[in-house]
Design a protein around this ligand. Structure first.
Ligand code: NDP
Length: 435
C-alpha cells in the first residue's frame, strides 16, 4: 500500500481482488507463501513518455503517454489505450491489473496491459487527432509488437484513432502485422469486434438471469454511457426483447419512457460516432424523452442496470436507489463502474451482480479472435465470430459458478471471476519461476 499510496484507483482494484483471493490462496498449498498476489500487483514494466504535437493554430501541445505492461505470464501484453483528460498512472495501473484477470478468464493466451494519454479528443479536429496519434505511436512503437504487446481501443480510442495509430506503426516498422486490434475490416479487423463488449455484456447478463429462471425479454434496462460499449449493449438488449430506458454521457442522461428503439439507437450512433455530438441532442430530436443535465441514470426504475461509461460512476447511494426500485441484475459493461460500497450493497441483498472483468470480457476476447485471424491470414464470418463470443461468455459464466457459488446457492461473481482469473496466471507464474 505504501508503495502505491498516491494511486487510489489502483489500490481499490487490488484491494477487491485481495479480499476475495487471499483466503483461497491460504487454503492452497501450491500458492500459499509464494507472494504471488504481491508479484501480480507490481507491473512488469511502466513506460511513460512525452507526446508533443502541433495543433491547428500552429501551437505546440504536450501530453503524457503511458503503457503499463502488467503481466505476460500467459501471453503477450494485451489491453486498450485510453485518451481522456483524467488518465493518470493510477487509473491505467488499475485497468491493467483488472485486464490480467479478465484476459485469463477468456481462456485465450493473452497477458494484461493498458495504456493511453491525458490527451482530450473532445473538440479536436480530425487533423489534430491524426497528428496526436502519429506522435503517440512514434514512441509507443518501440515498446509493442505482435508477439510482445498488442494494444486496442478504450475510452476516446475508436476505429478512427486505431487507424491513425496503425498507419504510423506500419510506416516506422515497415511491416503489416496484427500489432493493434479494433482495425478496420479491409485492413485486418474482425467482424463483431465493434459490437463485442456490449453484446458480450448482455450475453453474460442473460446467463445470469437464467440462473434465476429469468430472461432479458420484457425487462426494463437502464444503461449509462453512449459510446462503443453502451451502443452495442443497447442493440443486443433490443434484439433480445428488452426495453432500453436511458443512455448518458459526461454531460448528463436521457430518459425515454417509450424506450430507445432501433431507429433512435441509429440516431445515437450517428450522433456519437460521426457527428461527435452530445446526448442532450436526443431529447431535442425526440421530445417525449427528457435530458437531465449533470446527473447519472440510476434513479430511473428498472429491472436491469448496465453501467457502460466509466469507473466509479455508481455509488453506494445509487445502489440503494436501484435496489429500492426493484433492480434484480447489474452487469458491468465498463471497468469498475460500481464503487466498493455499491458492490457490498448488491451482495448484501443477494441480487445478481457481475464485475466488468467477467461481464465485459467479450471485447478483449474478440480482440483475441482478431489476433488469431491475423495470424492465420483469414477472416471468419460474422456468425462464426459471434458464435465464439457467445461460447466464451458462457464459459466465463461457468468459471464464475465454479469458484463463486456459495453454500446457500448465491453466486458471488466477484469472487468467482477473481479466483478463476487468478488460478491460470498464478499457475503460469509458478511454472516459469521467479523472473
Ligand atoms: P467510449 O469513449 O466509446 O464511450 C465512453 C462513454 O462514457 C461516453 O458516453 C462518455 O461520455 C462516457 N464517459 C467517459 N468518461 C466519463 C466520465 N468521467 N463521466 C461520465 N461519463 C463518462 O468508450 P467505451 O464505450 O469503449 O468504454 C466505456 C467503458 O467500457 C470504459 O470503462 C472502458 O474501459 C470499458 N471497456 C471498453 C471496452 C471496449 O471494447 N471498448 C472493453 C472493455 C471495457 P463523453 O462522450 O461525454 O465523454
Amino acid at each position: 500500500k505504501a508503495r502505491n499510496a498516491n494511486e487510489p484507483e489502483f489500490l481499490q482494484a487490488v484491494q477487491e481482488v485481495a479480499e476475495t483471493v487471499l483466503d483461497y490462496i491460504a487454503e492452497q498449498d501450491i500458492y500459499n507463501g509464494k507472494n504471488i498476489l504481491l508479484r501480480m500487483a507490481e507491473p512488469e514494466r511502466v513506460i511513460s513518455f512525452r507526446v508533443s504535437w502541433v495543433d491547428d493554430q500552429g501551437e505546440i501541445q504536450v501530453n503524457r503517454g503511458y503503457r503499463i505492461q502488467m503481466n505476460s505470464a500467459i501471453g503477450p501484453y494485451k489491453g486498450g489505450l485510453r485518451f481522456h483528460p483524467t488518465v493518470n498512472q493510477s487509473i491505467l495501473k488499475f485497468l491493467a491489473f483488472e485486464q490480467v484477470f479478465k484476459n485469463s478468464l477468456t481462456t485465450l493466451p493473452m497477458g494484461g496491459g493498458k495504456g493511453g494519454s491525458d490527451f482530450d479528443p473532445k473538440g479536436k479536429s480530425d487533423a489534430e487527432i491524426m497528428r496526436f496519434c502519429h506522435n503517440f505511436m512514434a514512441e509507443l512503437s518501440r515498446h509493442i509488437g505482435p508477439f510482445t504487446d498488442i494494444p486496442a481501443g478504450d475510452i476516446g480510442v475508436g476505429a478512427r484513432e486505431i487507424g491513425f495509430l496503425f498507419g504510423m506503426y506500419k510506416k516506422i516498422r515497415n511491416e503489416f502485422t496484427g500489432v493493434l486490434t479494433g482495425k478496420g475490416l479491409s485492413w485486418g479487423g474482425s467482424l463483431i469486434r465493434p459490437e463485442a463488449t456490449g453484446y458480450g455484456t448482455v450475453y453474460f447478463a442473460e446467463s445470469m438471469l437464467k440462473t434465476k429462471g429469468e430472461k432479458m425479454k420484457g425487462k426494463k434496462v437502464v444503461i449509462s454511457g453512449s459510446g462503443n460499449v453502451a451502443q452495442y449493449a443497447a442493440e443486443k438488449v433490443l434484439q433480445l426483447g428488452g426495453k432500453v430506458l436511458t443512455l448518458s454521457d459526461s454531460s448528463g442522461y436521457i430518459f425515454d419512457e417509450e424506450g430507445v428503439d432501433a431507429e433512435k439507437l441509429a440516431f445515437v450512433m450517428d450522433l456519437k460516432n460521426n457527428r461527435r455530438g452530445r446526448i442532450s441532442e436526443y431529447a431535442a430530436k425526440y421530445p417525449n424523452a427528457k435530458f437531465f443535465e449533470g446527473e447519472t441514470p440510476w434513479k430511473v426504475a428498472c429491472d436491469i442496470a448496465l453501467p457502460c461509461a466509466t469507473q466509479n460512476e455508481l455509488s453506494g447511494y445509487d445502489a440503494d436507489v436501484l435496489l429500492e426500485n426493484g433492480c434484480i441484475c447489474v452487469a458491468e459493461g465498463a471497468n469498475m463502474p460500481s464503487m466498493p460500497e455499491a458492490v457490498q450493497k448488491f451482495h448484501d441483498k443477494k441480487i445478481l451482480f457481475a464485475p466488468g472483468k467477467a461481464s465485459n470480457a467479450g471485447g478483449v476476447a474478440t480482440s483475441g479472435l482478431e489476433m488469431s485471424q491475423n495470424s492465420l491470414r483469414i477472416s471468419w464470418t460474422r456468425e462464426e465470430v459471434d458464435g465464439r463470443l457467445k461460447e466464451i461468455m458462457e464459459n466465463i459464466h461457468n468459471s464464475c459458478l465454479e469458484y463463486g457459488k456459495e453454500e446457500d446457492g448465491f453466486i458471488n461473481y466477484v469472487k468467482g471471476a477473481n479466483i478463476a482469473g487468478f488460478v491460470k496466471v498464478a499457475d503460469a507464474m509458478l511454472a516459469q519461476g521467479v523472473v
